[in-house]
Design a protein around this ligand. Structure first.
Ligand SMILES: *Cc1c(COP(=O)(O)O)cnc(C)c1O
Length: 231
């Protein structure tokens, strides 16, 4: 087995174990493999291993990579999706939406406007997660939990978007469980108003098991699977 296959299997096993400890069904948890800092070939290797959800955080890197993967897989029966997970500049929205089916990092009203403009003519609605600001600093990116419902209303009223739920990145200066609990509580208040927006994008290489305990449905795991960054 390749080192990549071994790391993928190990993460899969840890996800299953964490799900069963939390009395959750493994099938309600989606693993997104974050391929940033790695070349298109790694994506192709992961496709061969059965991975079909990939995450990228910078359009400058992701756009050419997605194009390369598309041409390398043309005519083959691969079915896969790109998830955009990083801060998205408004002037990169059109490019990002040319390959991404899901945006996890809807973090500000101006990005909402840009997403609505750019997805007006989509055949399938763009799936979005609202990214929460988990710090005490309102200047940091993300929607503050107290503003979540009013912002969610604006998202939900855009017919070209489908609100999936909330997303968060645990901050480094406290235990991730505290942030995951904040995300879970925010999710519960969101679901009361928008029952379909029940998904939670949380958990990375260092903390995905804790995220599973707090209801994460979409894990964004990079280095634990991909290994050291290649550039
Ligand atoms: C890079 C990144 C990840 C994955 O991080 P790892 O520690 O490599 O698992 C997840 N989410 C976001 C937003 C990222 O930028």
């Amino acid at each position: 087995m390749s080192a990549l296959a071994e790391r993928l299997t190990e993460v899969e096993e840890r996800i299953s174990a964490a799900a069963s400890r939390a009395n959750r069904d493994r099938s309600e948890i989606e693993l997104i493999v974050v391929t940033k800092n790695h070349p298109a070939q790694l994506v192709l290797d992961l496709l061969d291993l059965g991975v079909n959800s990939f995450g990228e955080n910078r359009d400058q890197e992701a756009a050419p990579k997605a194009a390369e993967v598309a041409s390398a897989t043309a005519g083959k029966e691969f079915n896969y999706l790109w998830h955009f997970i990083g801060q998205l500049q408004s002037n990169k929205v059109r490019s990002a939406l040319s390959y991404a089916s899901v945006v996890h990092s809807l973090d500000r009203p101006s990005l909402l406007d840009a997403l609505i403009k750019a997805s007006a003519e989509r055949t399938n609605p763009l799936e979005v997660f609202i990214q929460l600001n988990l710090t005490d600093d309102p200047g940091r990116g993300g929607i503050e939990p107290k503003d979540l419902l009013s912002f969610a209303e604006q998202v939900a009223s855009a017919s070209c978007l489908r609100l999936k739920g909330v997303m968060g990145v645990a901050s480094l200066d406290k235990a991730p469980e505290q942030d995951f609990e904040t995300i879970q509580k925010a999710s519960q208040s969101l679901v009361e108003v928008f029952p379909e927006a029940k998904y939670i994008s949380a958990g990375m290489s260092e903390d995905f098991e804790a995220a599973i305990d707090f209801g994460a449905t979409h894990l964004r795991v990079g280095s634990a699977i991909t290994g050291k960054r290649q550039y």
